[in-house]
Design a protein around this ligand. Sequence first.
Ligand code: SAH
Ligand code: SF4
Ligand code: F3S
Length: 469
Amino acid sequence: MQSSFDIPVLDDLDAPKQVSATTFGKKMVYLETYGCQMNVSDSEIVASVLTKDGYGLTHNVEEADIVLINTCAIRENAEQKVRRRLVELRSHKTHINPDMKLGVLGCMAERLREKLLDQEKLVDIVVGPDAYRDLPNLLNQATDTGQAAVNVQLSKEETYEDISPVRYATNGVSSFVSIMRGCDNMCSFCVVPFTRGRERSRPVESILDECKTLVETGFKEVTVLGQNVNSYRDEKQGSGVDFAELLYRISQISPELRIRYSTSHPKDCSDALLHVHAEQANVCNYIHLPVQHGNTDMLQRMKRTYSRDQYLDLVERARKIVPGVSLSTDIIAGFCNETEEEHLDTLSLMAQVRYDHAYMFMYSERPDTYAARKFEDNVPEHVKKRRLQDIIQQQSGISLESNKAEIGREHIVLVEGESRRSDQQMSGRTDTNKMAVFDRLDFVKGEYVKVLVTDCTSATLLAKPLGRL
Ligand code: SAH
Ligand code: SF4
Ligand code: F3S
């Protein structure tokens, strides 16, 4: 992994000069992140809190004094992955580095604290997503007492607005900027309101300042983050700043800065927001608009607060106001009581909307949620799997057709780095969030390059570079 910042990050042990120059006497922290973009962004906050307190960061678990795992609880398999990793790390601690402290951060912290601490004795510290300022204390406490230290308190106010994230695993081109935390929507399947607490918005000025700093340090793209960015609201600013206004203000920082966001709940995607997409050239022509299901009764059971028709109207509105807008979605297959007809409604909605991309999941019951308390997780596993397969198969066809339609078109791509397949090729995304790969020539990351699409797969556009902007 590459690093381009001035705090000590050690990639390998074969760089002794660098190690002794920068880490002498410092305790080193290794941070591993699971889950969504918000967790990635939170890990940058954690890195900031710890480096301010004198810790160093390392990408190498072997040389870490402290190993922190930022966890996700969204589906059962996400949790299982983390637990397997914890068992592995615990064994590393027992057999190789007994002084090492092992910690769990993030969305599994609250729910699993007792299990992780008492029953399984897996970890030394457990820290919830709103308690990262307390990390230095907790680490000291765990070291001094030899006992586990815990803070899983959720907050109604914490937004970490004054903490400058340390971009320790960045490509130097695009960055996440967190604008709100928590979620009040209580979709019946979702654990996030329980793991991350109440929704709160970060003050607008601190968001703008962070974006300006990113521009000054050479970043070309920000993705602003929240579980439901459309409900962003900073009340302290005059008559209040909503998400459309915030996005507009970010777009005015620099025409060189591209802006994306994630995730937007369809229930409050306003026309004002769509107009910001249409009118501001640097606000990307792309919206992730998770529908979850294509059947109105199911959407009601999911507590999504819109019907199939309302969602389809929104898609029509978006395409009218923002011509050529690219859309992606999230889908859940096999939610409680889903019938075959209801499943077919998901397929038909997806065929009607023709998303450019979709993230597709099998329903996984999460403890404490409304669905876990009130409904039965009664679609058999093999049926869930088959329905998910139907959905994935149909979407692959649509994604391929959508990419094929790009052949012969020109796009502006922001170069993010070398392509994964070959160092002779560069890759970057179009305004519409499609990954494009093209000959390296003398392009470098961070440049805007005009390309002509010549071929494609269902995931990537193959393109010919026409020149930098
Ligand atoms: N805040 C975002 C979603 C965050 S979770 C939004 O509302 O759009 C990302 C996705 O995980 C969700 O959109 C949903 O499709 C999926 N998901 C959430 N809970 C799930 C569960 N219990 N089982 C399967 N998928 C789930
Ligand atoms: Fe979960 Fe719904 Fe909130 Fe998204 S909007 S995080 S799916 S409760
Ligand atoms: Fe997972 Fe927490 Fe994100 S549950 S998806 S890391 S908000």
